[in-house]
Design a protein around this ligand. Structure first.
Ligand SMILES: NC(=O)c1ccc[n+]([C@@H]2O[C@H](COP(=O)([O-])OP(=O)(O)OC[C@H]3O[C@@H](n4cnc5c(N)ncnc54)[C@H](O)[C@@H]3O)[C@@H](O)[C@H]2O)c1
Length: 285
C-alpha cells in the first residue's frame, strides 16, 4: 500500500545485490511511495548479482561504483543528480563486508590489513559518501541519509567479529556528521539497527540460523524482516521525521531491550534434558 510519502523525491540506494538484500526492498518501497531513484553497487556485484533486473523493474539507472573510492562516489552523486534532475533528497548506505569473517579469522587472530578493509567498506565508506555529497552540495536542504547497523555495536555477539567494531564506527559517524550537516543544511543522518535477516551478508555470520532463531524468540514482536526495515527507511526518508537526526534507531522487535524471554528460556532449558537424573533434576557435572 502506498501513502505517497516520497512523492517527488530523488534518492540513491547503495547495496542491492539480489532480491534478498535489504536495499532491494527499500528500493522497491521507495519507488512505490513515489520516489525516483538510482541504484549502485560494486562493478563485480553488478555483474554477479541481479541488480540490473531491479533497475529495469523500477526504471532506475544502475551505476557501478566502489563505495570506498572517492572518485566513484563523486561520479555516483554527479550522475544521479543529472539523471534524476536535481539535488538528492535521500541516500541509503546498505553496505557491509568483512574479509576476516570470510577467511574465518577469529577476533583474537585478526589480520590487520583485512581489518582495514572491513572498516573501510563497512563504515568509512559512509563518511566518504557524506563528505563527497556535502562537497558537491548534492543533498537537498532537509534531506535524509541512512545507514544500516546491528546491535553488536553495543553488545558482544559470538561470531560477529570485526563487523561489531565497524558498526560502532558507522553509528559514531552518523552522530559526528549529523551534527555538522544538520547545522549547515538541515540534513538528517541516522542509522537503523536491524534484526538478523537472511541475506547474502547476513548468512556469512557464524551460526547465523541459531542467531536468527534466538533473536526471534527473544523479541516480543519477533524479528523485523527486510520488508519491515524498508518501511522504517521510508518513514525516515519522508518529511514525517524532519527533526530526527544523529540517532541509532532499533528495528528489532524489541530485542535490544530484552534480557530473557519465556520462549528463549524454554528453548534454553531443552539443552539440559540429557543432563537430568531420573527425578528430572539438572546434573551440573
Ligand atoms: N542481514 C542482516 O542480518 C543484517 C542485520 C543488521 C544490519 N545489516 C546490514 O544491512 C546492510 C545490507 O546488508 P544485507 O543484509 O542486505 O546483505 P547484502 O549482502 O545483500 O548487502 C551487502 C551489500 O554490500 C555491498 N558492498 C560490499 N562491498 C562494497 C563496496 N566496496 N562498495 C559498494 N558496495 C559494497 C555488496 O555488494 C552488497 O550489495 C549491511 O550494512 C549489513 O551489515 C544486515
Amino acid at each position: 500500500m502506498s501513502y505517497n510519502l516520497l512523492k517527488g523525491k530523488r534518492g540513491i540506494i547503495f547495496g542491492a545485490l539480489n532480491e534478498m538484500s535489504i536495499a532491494w526492498k527499500v528500493a522497491e518501497r521507495a519507488v512505490e511511495e513515489g520516489a525516483i531513484i538510482t541504484l549502485t553497487n560494486t562493478p563485480v556485484a553488478c555483474r554477479m548479482g541481479t541488480i540490473s533486473e531491479l533497475g529495469q523493474k523500477l526504471n532506475a539507472e544502475v551505476i557501478p561504483a566502489d563505495a570506498t573510492s572517492l572518485e566513484d562516489l563523486e561520479m555516483v552523486f554527479t550522475k544521479s543528480q543529472e539523471m534524476l534532475g536535481g539535488k538528492i533528497d535521500f541516500v541509503l548506505h546498505s553496505i557491509g563486508m568483512s574479509p576476516n569473517v570470510r577467511k574465518k579469522r577469529t577476533y583474537d587472530d585478526l589480520d590487520y590489513s583485512l581489518l582495514d578493509t572491513t572498516l573501510n567498506i563497512s563504515a568509512i565508506s559512509f563518511h566518504k559518501m557524506i563528505q563527497v555529497a556535502k562537497k558537491l552540495d548534492a543533498i537537498e536542504n532537509g534531506g535524509s541519509i541512512l545507514a544500516l547497523s546491528y546491535v553488536a555495536a553495543q553488545r558482544s555477539f559470538y561470531g560477529y567479529n570485526d563487523m561489531a567494531d565497524a558498526k560502532a564506527l558507522l553509528e559514531s559517524i552518523a552522530r559526528s556528521f549529523g551534527y555538522i550537516y544538520g547545522r549547515e543544511k538541515n540534513v538528517r543522518i541516522n542509522t537503523i539497527s536491524q534484526s538478523p535477516t537472511m541475506t547474502t551478508a547476513g548468512s556469512g555470520v557464524k551460526g547465523f540460523d541459531g542467531l536468527l532463531d534466538y533473536a526471534d524468540k527473544m523479541s516480543p514482536l519477533g524479528n523485523a524482516s527486510a520488508e519491515d526495515c524498508a518501511d522504517y527507511c521510508i518513514v525516515m526518508f519522508s518529511d514525517l521525521t524532519r527533526r530526527v537526526t544523529m540517532q541509532n534507531l532499533f528495528n528489532d522487535g524489541g530485542f535490544s531491550s530484552m534480557g530473557m524471554s519465556l520462549r528463549a528460556m524454554n528453548q534454553y532449558n531443552k539443552s539440559f534434558d540429557e543432563y537430568t537424573d531420573s527425578e528430572g533434576h539438572i546434573i551440573y557435572g
